[in-house]
Design a protein around this ligand. Structure first.
Ligand code: MF3
Ligand code: CO
Ligand code: CO
Length: 267
């Protein structure tokens, strides 16, 4: 995999791309590791955003969301029934909240995109269960990544698992190709049928980022144009990794070096 070329509009990256993604991905993961000690009752999501902004600067990285289509923050912070794209603000987090923090850092032109869920203090049992189901859904999607499979295998693995756990899969947002760009082809749907969609080839790089709801799948976007919430106002969760397809399966670029990939972050 030394060359970089396109397969029906999808970039196949070589060793240089994988090396770049390793660096960007692990820095994004380290930014999320840093959040573990800061997410607690009373902290505002604006404060979390400031911390990530400083972390990015100190590491010669640029948050990809800054000035992206009019977005002005370094992270998205999606609390409780917010599905994704929650905008950091002055409201403090409260004991029992769950929050997704989503960060994309650009390092030497490569984009590392990852998100995790955090519990604020003690969280309700049903919230804990949703976090477990959502993390497992992501990992099942990742386990379906290998040459010869299609994007539909990924979606089916996620959907079949989440629905068997009596949860629902958000349809309006999907994973995406990335690398030199923040969002590129292919789209990675988190539902679907094995064999449908795009055939996976070594060198493809994309995110998998399922949003899983306790209640119904339906979402709406608030008038701010970004914040997506569940229509039934029940809890939603999301985890995201950036991965690259290899000959055997895939490499996860955004793994935590501290073992903090999933709560309760005991290391
Ligand atoms: N990081 C998000 C993703 O996983 C995208 C956020 S776009 C923003 O694709 F502008 F809302 F930040
Ligand atoms: Co993404
Ligand atoms: Co993201």
């Amino acid at each position: 995999m030394n060359s970089k070329h396109k397969e029906r509009g999808i970039t196949l990256y070589g060793e240089e791309g994988f090396a770049g993604m390793r660096k960007a991905g692990s820095l994004a993961a380290a930014a999320l590791d840093l959040m573990v000690e800061h997410v607690k009752p009373g902290v505002t999501t604006d404060e979390l955003d400031d911390i990530i902004m400083d972390f990015a600067k100190a590491n010669d990285a640029i948050p990809a969301t800054l000035n992206y289509r009019g977005y002005t923050k370094a992270i998205c912070t999606s609390v409780n029934h917010v599905v994704c794209h929650g905008i950091p603000g002055p409201k403090p987090l409260r004991e029992g909240d769950i929050v997704n923090i989503d960060v994309t850092l650009i390092v030497d032109g490569w984009h590392g995109d990852t998100s995790r869920m955090y519990g604020v203090g003690e969280i309700p049992r049903k919230a804990e269960r949703l976090l477990d189901v959502t993390y497992e859904a992501l990992m099942r999607g990742i386990a379906a990544v290998k040459p010869g499979h299609t994007t539909g295998h990924i979606g089916a693995a996620i959907q079949n698992f989440a629905e068997a756990e009596r949860c629902s899969v958000v349809r309006e947002f999907c994973g995406h190709g990335l690398g030199r760009q923040f969002h590129e082809r292919p789209n990675i749907l988190h539902y679907g049928v094995e064999g449908e969609g795009v055939e996976l080839k070594p060198g493809m790089i994309f995110t998998i980022e399922p949003m899983i709801n306790i209640g119904k799948a339906a979402v709406k976007v608030l008038p701010d144009g970004w914040t997506a919430v569940t229509r039934d106002r029940q809890l939603s969760a999301q985890f995201e990794h950036s991965v690259g397809v290899t000959e055997e399966g895939c490499e996860i670029f955004t793994r935590s070096l501290k073992g903090y990939d999933r709560p309760p972050y005991l290391g």
